[in-house]
Design a protein around this ligand. Structure first.
Ligand SMILES: [Zn+2]
Length: 412
């Protein structure tokens, strides 16, 4: 129990940017003054917290304030998208202290990608001047499906030559750090929970727009991962009944109408893009998709393709918001910055039209505050959750520090 109490105390301190005195900590955690004093001593010895001045409240003697030492530990987050790799370093206080991106290697198989990940992580740590000894681990957000028990990426549709890849052990071997594997949409959802300033537990959908489209589900402040941690596969929601045939036997599924590769092919067919694009090459698809998005800024035909896809994604989202009675949708992922204009213009009306439940304020629609780092940040956060947090999923640190409301919530 000693270790558990220690994480409870550390968590309470972490959520309070102004720090807490020992007496306040005893009140927040329900631990006895003696237990608390022992734990505080251990945390001070480990440099996880520091004594940062005193406060006088009322007529009692001044109390020493304990605050987190953000530089006492770090986590690395890696986000594997078939087109782009994103890397972040988070300090214990939840700040992104460094970030980088690399183009995902096109060679089939995992070896080249793991090599690039390992060298990018090493470069990032060196560049940021972070001591490897202070790194608690690496979190990697990967396209699904995953086998969480064995740390294996099973058969991701857009990664060539990937079949039953033991990414957790390969990356651990290549980097020398323990690795946590998380599905991309779950990682993104973790980051959003973590960055939340809401006083009540969160309920929202996270819509991930990358080489694929996936959904993260958050209910009651927890990520819904499902039995095998692969929740969020929405590719076979029909959004255009007259659309192309899908491998599932239906027509016009999200998977065959709204993925970047579908939009790129549509653009080629319509002459909006005047060159062929190899759908089997995620890098080529990405280049063409970026081109299409650039043309959509002032080109009517290109914009129409993007707008129609936004409307279709909105229809799929409405199926889920109706099924789950959610009133908040957060968009993110590598392509969100390119698509935000179109989506924010189109999605609200579609959702208003299709929503069944009487949400007084309609459906709240927003973009992630973490930008394109969201998957990597969430993956790094999972490292802290596993290593330090007594209540997985309730880790609520913010990049600018949690407010008092969050600290109160944390105490439950
Ligand atoms: Zn289908």
């Amino acid at each position: 129990m000693g270790d558990f109490n220690q994480t409870v105390v550390l968590d309470a301190i972490r959520r309070s940017p102004d720090g807490l005195s020992r007496i306040e900590l005893a009140g927040a955690t329900g631990l006895s003054a003696q237990t608390l004093s022992n734990i505080a001593r251990r945390l001070l010895d480990q440099s996880l917290i520091v004594e940062s001045g005193t406060v006088r409240k009322g007529r009692g003697k001044p109390r020493t304030v304990l605050t987190l030492n953000p530089t006492a530990g770090y986590a690395v987050g890696v986000h594997l998208d078939p087109a782009v790799l994103t890397f972040v370093i988070l300090d214990l206080g939840g700040r992104v202290v460094a970030h980088s991106t690399r183009r995902t290697p096109v060679e089939p198989g995992a070896e080249a990608i793991v090599d690039v990940m390992a060298s990018a992580v090493a470069d990032l740590l060196t560049g940021a001047g972070v001591d490897r000894g202070l790194v608690l681990g690496v979190g990697v957000a990967s396209p699904g499906p995953i086998d969480p028990e064995h740390g294996v990426v099973v058969d991701p549709p857009f990664l060539r030559g990937w079949h039953q890849v033991p990414l957790r052990s390969s990356l651990s071997e290549a980097t020398g750090f323990p690795v946590v594997l998380e599905k991309d949409v779950a990682a993104a959802a973790v980051a959003e929970i973590w960055g939340s300033s809401s006083e009540s537990p969160e309920n929202f959908l996270f819509v991930y727009l990358g080489t694929g489209i996936g959904i993260g589900l958050v209910s009651g402040g927890s990520v819904l991962r499902g039995r095998t941690q692969n929740a969020g596969e929405v590719g076979h929601i029909v959004v255009d009944p007259d659309g192309p045939a899908c491998t599932c036997g239906l027509r016009g599924c999200l998977a065959v109408t709204c993925m970047p590769q579908n939009l790129v092919q549509e653009a080629v067919l319509l002459g909006v893009l005047d060159y062929p694009v190899d759908n089997a090459d995620p890098g080529a698809v990405e280049t063409a998709f970026l081109d299409l998005c650039a043309r959509a800024v002032d080109g009517k035909a290109a914009r129409r393709i993007i707008d129609v896809s936004a409307e279709r994604v909105a229809k799929a989202v409405s199926v889920l918001t109706n099924a789950l009675d959610f009133d908040r949708v957060v968009f993110g992922g590598p392509y969100w910055p390119l698509l935000a204009g179109s989506y924010l213009r189109i999605v609200p009306d579609v959702l208003t039209r299709l929503t069944v439940a009487p949400h007084a304020d309609g459906i709240q629609i927003e973009g992630t505050a973490f930008g394109t780092d969201v998957g990597a940040v969430g993956a790094a956060c999972t490292v802290f959750t596993n290593a330090l947090s007594p209540s997985p999923e309730q880790l609520l640190l913010r990049t600018d520090g949690p407010g008092p409301a969050q600290a109160a919530r944390a105490r439950r």
